[in-house]
Design a protein around this ligand. Structure first.
Ligand SMILES: *[C@@H]1O[C@H](CO)[C@@H](O)[C@H](O)[C@H]1NC(C)=O
Ligand SMILES: *[C@@H]1O[C@H](CO)[C@@H](O)[C@H](O)[C@H]1NC(C)=O
Ligand SMILES: *[C@@H]1O[C@H](CO)[C@@H](O)[C@H](O)[C@H]1NC(C)=O
Ligand SMILES: *[C@@H]1O[C@H](CO)[C@@H](O)[C@H](O)[C@H]1NC(C)=O
Ligand SMILES: *[C@@H]1O[C@H](CO)[C@@H](O)[C@H](O)[C@H]1NC(C)=O
Ligand SMILES: *[C@@H]1O[C@H](CO)[C@@H](O)[C@H](O)[C@H]1NC(C)=O
Length: 498
């Protein structure tokens, strides 16, 4: 071989070794930022937030589990990866997804680049169902696969261990994930082997079951009475929010408080897991060459706009997420106000591994932003929030006096039959932020073509819908940007920022 070639390849080899760092991702389930769910996570705030970057404007583009998790894996908007709801027909872990987009998750190029990869915990809501390959299906890109079958649970669940089913009844899932992750880290014998590790605990998702040692730890904690909590009517909002009862009767108070405080209690085990993983990384001398990401798949509400408890709404409590990152080159206590999205995570992870994000990803890497010094400026960014409302008769309590015809979803007696979703809770929104503005415009695909618009600088709790007073010209401009974004792919998705 030509000496020039040898030099070239040696250089490429050196660059590829030195540019890739280890990556650990903690991905929680349904964890809000705006209702204060990070408050109990004191160790995580100290070990990740204070030691690195905290993002004050992190959002998801679809506020429900399976679509958002699919976006996190692929860096794509839901309209490009095709998973629109939590069921197999809606794309969730479907055979079509497995044969196309799942093979393009960030894990695949990272593993190809020589990383050892590990995934443990909740994956996609329909993962492991018999109809879509059962537990034998191990998504491409993962060396260690400890995938939870179905939706989040804390006890009595089945895992796919590298393709083999194992049912556990009395082991608390967050701790099982922690134990596997420590075993994986112990198996990394050489600092020359890079690794990617994803830990996806069920917390703080329903059924909100704390580990026994944390049960009642926060029994005196009450749901925060944000200005949009328990609103007495929502006349200026879309149909689902106008459903009665509003305000919520007093009888629901203790129920909401229990949900809220139990969510905090489940997060204490996640806090322990974060500490244990970071201690282990320190013990084996890998902590300073590891990026550690802490985030969630979307937000949550408990009583906001008199909605009982759920996600699936375009308001900030459901679309904003916690996001903190520490790692090589990121200064302590960096605050980043520039908006970043769930679709940016895959490209960011790829650049952390020294790889170039592929053109089909709609998001972009924010690693360069973190490596700069203090960056409190917001460059204007406009993004799409897209959601297809679900209708599912099987999630309606038979005792509820409601039409049982697949137009409504999750209407339980426990929440006074107030539905958490409906077919016509289908919307496309533009969320935009800059130094001098913060705005949401939503168009609902319902019988009323309902519009909502909020100026979040003046009205951070989204109490005053400005849409009825908007002129047609402004509405048409927003609608055409929405249309463009709903059709965007790759780089084009970032071209509507003016
Ligand atoms: C899964 O496979 C990896 C790679 O072959 C192996 O090292 C690991 O021990 C396996 N894990 C489990 C839980 O079976
Ligand atoms: C575990 O779940 C299965 C299936 O859902 C159920 O039949 C069983 O009773 C549960 N066991 C325990 C201990 O909760
Ligand atoms: C995790 O490992 C610890 C230490 O080996 C053990 O005591 C604990 O029972 C394990 N927890 C679970 C849920 O497997
Ligand atoms: C909601 O507000 C009403 C008064 O408007 C009050 O009676 C009720 O207790 C509140 N509900 C909750 C769940 O806090
Ligand atoms: C990490 O720390 C070790 C020893 O403390 C040092 O040799 C190494 O250069 C450091 N690596 C980075 C990326 O800072
Ligand atoms: C999910 O989406 C698919 C495809 O649009 C649809 O057929 C299905 O009814 C939806 N599921 C629910 C529960 O709404």
């Amino acid at each position: 071989m030509d000496i020039k070639f040898i030099c070239f390849y040696t250089l490429v080899l050196l660059v590829s070794i030195s540019s890739g760092s280890n990556i650990v991702v903690f991905l929680t389930d349904d964890q809000d930022i705006l209702l204060g769910s990070l408050t109990p996570m004191r160790k995580t705030l100290q070990l990740i937030g204070n030691m690195g970057a905290t993002f004050t404007n992190a959002f998801v583009t679809t506020p429900v589990c399976c679509p958002s998790r699919s976006s996190i894996l692929t860096g794509m908007y839901a309209h490009n990866h095709g998973t629109f709801n939590n069921s197999v027909e809606g794309g969730c872990s479907s055979l079509n997804w497995q044969n196309t987009h799942e093979k393009r998750s960030y894990a695949v190029p990272v593993k190809t680049a020589g990383y050892k990869t590990f995934y443990a915990g909740k994956y996609l809501n329909q993962y492991g169902r018999e109809a879509v390959g059962g537990t034998a299906h191990v998504p491409l890109g993962w060396d260690w696969w400890i995938g939870l079958v179905g939706n989040s649970r804390y006890y009595n669940y089945t895992l796919s261990l590298n393709g083999t089913a194992k049912t556990l009844t009395s082991e608390y899932l967050t701790n099982v994930i922690k134990n596997y992750s420590l075993e994986f880290l112990r198996s990394i014998h050489s600092p020359d082997v890079n690794f990617l590790m994803v830990l996806a605990p069920p917390a703080p998702h329903a059924p909100f079951t704390p580990e026994p040692k944390y049960r009642n730890h926060f029994s005196s904690v009450k749901v925060p009475k944000t200005p949009n909590f328990n609103t007495s009517d929502n006349k200026d909002k879309h149909w689902l929010l106008r459903m009665s009862p509003a305000p919520l009767p007093d009888s629901m108070s203790s129920h909401l408080d229990n949900i809220y405080s139990s969510r905090w209690e489940t997060l204490l085990s996640v806090d322990d897991m974060v500490e244990a993983v970071i201690e282990q990384l320190d013990t084996v001398g890998l902590l300073n060459d590891t990026y550690i990401i802490f985030t969630s798949d979307h937000g949550f509400h408990v009583g906001q706009f008199s909605l009982p408890w759920d996600k699936r709404q375009p308001y900030d409590f459901d679309i904003q997420i916690p996001l903190m990152i520490r790692g090589p080159g990121i200064k302590r206590k960096t605050m980043i106000n520039h908006p970043v999205l769930n679709i940016d995570l895959a490209p960011t992870i790829l650049t952390m591994a020294g790889l170039e994000p592929p053109a089909y990803m709609d998001g972009s890497s924010f690693l360069p932003l973190m490596l700069k010094k203090m960056k409190t400026d917001i460059e204007r960014r406009v993004f799409l929030v897209e959601y297809k409302g679900e209708g599912d008769d099987s999630t309606l309590d038979s005792s509820c006096p409601l039409p049982h015809d697949n137009t409504l979803s999750e209407c339980v007696a426990d929440a006074l039959c107030k539905c958490q979703d409906s077919r016509n809770n289908t919307y496309s929104c533009l969320r935009s932020l800059s130094n001098a503005s913060s705005h949401l415009f939503c168009a609902f695909e319902d019988d009323e073509n309902f519009l909502e618009s909020y100026d979040l600088l003046l009205d951070p709790f989204q109490l005053h819908n400005l849409a009825p007073d908007m002129d047609n010209g402004t509405i048409n401009t927003y609608m055409s940007t929405i249309q463009n974004l709903k059709n965007c792919t790759g780089n084009v998705c970032n071209r509507y920022n003016t």
